[in-house]
Design a protein around this ligand. Structure first.
Ligand code: PHE
Length: 354
């Protein structure tokens, strides 16, 4: 066997025996590196006659290529084996049963907002939101509140310090007292036909068993060329049946007053209070549920919509109130106390369907 073949055999055997990448690298250096065995043999080429040099040169180059290929394939094998080992060791058992979820619950208010949004979405309404800090124009003026209206007084509205450099109503900043402010934003920025519902936090200076300084409302607004009171009634009756999950629901629209709607009404739904238990849908008692009406022409005008061409209706309801009625929650204030026992009891699991 020629010395070259013997060297090849020896090198291939050491490559095959190498068990990790550093060992392979060492073999590469001792065989093919600057002071390696193959390189040493290359250096002897100069002393050979031309014919032998040619043959030997080719043979050495071939040997170099073969050893390089051996090292590479061994390296690939070792890397794959290392990866397999890691995958084995780091394997996680996805068959473990999930942890029980009642660590946190979805707050009944969030649940109601989701539910109401879903019901109106099916009727073609989309959801809009607006700022909680407002100016006098969006909260009152645009909505046709005459100056001196009681709602503008300090005892109802939380005012913020006046804007510097402005005077009178223009300088006033406040926490919105209703979500009707967003009606104005929507009408100022969207072209009719409009169909939106507007959930959000609202603020009034009030505190007792049925009032908290912060509470949630959901507003509805529909503007087109033909909307009338019949549409308003049909839409709200359908909503109440769906929300309270009853097929038969007596309803009543009582005349009322809001500066931004004309005519205005309050909607009542039928209920019974027999034996101290409130039942919705039957009986001879009534529960007030929301305020509504046809959008006042002045409001359309104030928001840049031509009242001779367009008309529409609006409604607004208290989220806590309809939630209390649906789930039999007796005290409004408990919504905001963050009592874990209350949250566990009245809250919803993330997987619960409507
Ligand atoms: N903004 C009214 C309130 O807070 C409710 C309402 C909204 C009434 C829209 C009519 C139309 O009481």
């Amino acid at each position: 066997m020629s010395s070259l073949e013997a060297l090849k055999k020896e090198l291939v055997a050491t490559v095959k025996a190498a068990n990790d990448i550093p060992a392979l690298e060492e073999i590469r250096v001792t065989a093919l590196g600057k002071k390696g065995k193959v390189t040493d043999m290359m250096k002897t080429l100069g002393g050979l006659d031309p014919e032998q040099r040619k043959q030997m040169g080719q043979a050495l180059n071939q040997l170099k290529d073969e050893i390089t290929a051996e090292i590479e394939s061994r390296a690939a094998l070792l890397k794959n084996a290392a990866l397999d080992k890691r995958l084995q060791e780091e394997k996680s058992d996805i068959t473990l049963s999930p942890r029980p979820w009642p660590q946190g619950t979805i707050h009944p208010i969030s649940r109601t907002v989701e539910e109401v949004s879903a019901i109106f979405a099916e009727m073609g309404f989309s959801v809009s939101e607006g700022p909680e800090i407002e100016d006098d124009f969006h909260n009152f003026t645009a909505l046709n509140f005459p100056s001196g209206h009681p709602a503008r007084q300090m005892h109802d509205t939380f005012y913020l310090p006046d804007v510097t450099g402005k005077t009178g109503d223009e300088a006033k900043r406040l926490l919105r007292t209703h979500t009707s402010t967003v009606q104005v934003h929507v009408m100022q920025t969207q072209k009719p036909p409009i169909r939106v519902i507007i959930p959000g936090k609202t603020y009034r200076s009030d505190y007792d068993i049925t009032h908290t300084p912060m509470f949630n409302q959901i507003e509805g607004l529909l503007i087109d060329k033909t909307a009338h009171m019949g549409h308003l009634k049909g839409c709200l009756i359908e909503f109440c049946k769906r929300f309270f999950e009853v097929d038969e629901l007596p309803t009543r629209f009582r005349p009322s007053f809001f500066p931004f709607t004309e005519p205005s009404a309050e909607m009542d739904i039928g209920c019974s209070r027999e034996g101290g238990e409130l039942r919705i849908g039957t009986g001879k008692d009534w529960l007030e549920i929301l305020g509504c009406g046809m959008v006042h022409p002045n409001v359309l005008q104030n928001c840049g919509i031509d009242p001779n061409e367009y008309q529409g209706f609006a409604f607004g309801m208290g989220v806590e109130r309809i939630t209390m009625l649906k789930y039999g929650i007796p005290d409004l204030r408990t919504f905001f106390e963050s009592d874990l026992r209350w949250l566990q009891h009245y809250g919803f699991g993330p997987m619960e369907n409507f």
